[in-house]
Design a protein around this ligand. Structure first.
Ligand code: LHQ
Length: 261
């Protein structure tokens, strides 16, 4: 399938989705939401895809909802339904994808764009990146999962401050607050992300995916339930080729050759 608003490629186990509406800083119109959903479903269904990288073309990661589309909305338009059919599905598909997702945050990310960046598992930001919870500027509340992801990542006080001030948070501050894993000079961003993604795509990707399942599942469990959940999931990992290979490689003092199964 060819796409209008995103670029998508799968090379050496790494699926790359690049938002491609640079003239609007990659604001989401309906097509970009649904094409992104389609791309994630391809990554889900393709065993050759072992890691995913999401980025934006031009100087933005994503400016969130395309406000020009919203301005021309019909009277019957319901934001709640728009969220349920679009962003909510996108966030859930990302979180439920049992393969690591790296957000390569090349520039500004605002509104729902922040929600998508925070639904990734690892965030590497360019020093030019910034984060704006711009919802309150247009009289809205944070959506796309941000009331959940952002509060967990940086705590209520900072999350609430970001929401009500809608101030631009620099990459450096995002790193200090734990919003991103690393900040690198913009000209090195894609090289750093390629090194990450190569390493993930050749790693024990079944275990990486199961780790995601266990950690996101634990968010709604108590300790006793989490221990049981871990034991069940570890049983799956313990029956994998990668577990046997990892143990053999350790004992034979060689590099393991993981297959992600
Ligand atoms: C844009 C946008 C944009 C269209 C820049 N839309 N064109 C969910 C469900 C339904 C309804 C509503 O919302 C939601 C969730 C949300 O995401 S709400 C939040 C929506 N996003 C925003 O409020 C952010 C709006 N953008 C901005 O505040 C600025 O553009 C930022 C701070 C991101 C970047 O500022 P600058 O670097 O100064 O760039 P710029 O403002 O000059 O933008 C460049 C172009 O991109 C410009 O077009 P133009 O034709 O004038 O060159 C903007 O109009 C366009 N653009 N964001 N969201």
């Amino acid at each position: 399938m060819t796409y209008e608003t995103i670029n998508f490629e799968l090379v050496d186990g790494v699926a790359r989705l690049t938002f491609n509406r640079p003239e609007s800083l990659n604001a989401f119109n309906n097509t970009m939401i649904f094409e992104s959903l389609d791309a994630i479903s391809r990554v889900h269904n393709d065993p050759a895809a072992r890691c995913m990288v999401i980025s934006g073309s031009g100087r933005g990661f994503s400016a969130g909802q395309d406000l020009k589309d919203v301005q021309s909305r019909e009277e019957s338009f319901s934001i709640g339904e728009h969220l349920r059919q679009g962003y909510n599905r996108l966030v859930m598909e990302m979180v439920q994808l049992e393969k690591p997702i790296i957000a390569a945050i090349n520039g500004v990310t605002a509104g729902a764009g922040c929600g998508i960046a925070l639904a990734a598992d690892i965030r590497i930001a360019s020093h030019r990146a910034s984060f704006i919870l711009s919802f309150s500027r247009v009289g809205l509340i944070p959506d796309s999962g941000l009331t959940w992801t952002l509060t967990r990542l940086i705590g209520y006080a900072r999350a609430y401050e970001m929401a009500i001030t809608a101030e631009r948070i620099s990459a450096e501050k995002a790193l200090a607050w734990g919003l991103v894993n690393d900040v690198v000079p913009s000209e090195q961003l894609m090289d750093v992300v390629s090194a990450w993604s190569r390493s993930l795509a050749t790693g024990p990707t079944l275990a990486f995916g199961l780790t995601k399942r266990a950690m996101t599942g634990a968010a709604s469990l108590d300790l006793r339930e989490s221990l049981e959940y871990e034991a069940n999931i570890q049983d799956i990992a313990g029956r994998s080729h990668d577990f046997s290979e990892g143990v053999d490689a350790f004992i034979e003092k060689r590099e393991p050759k993981y297959q992600g199964k």
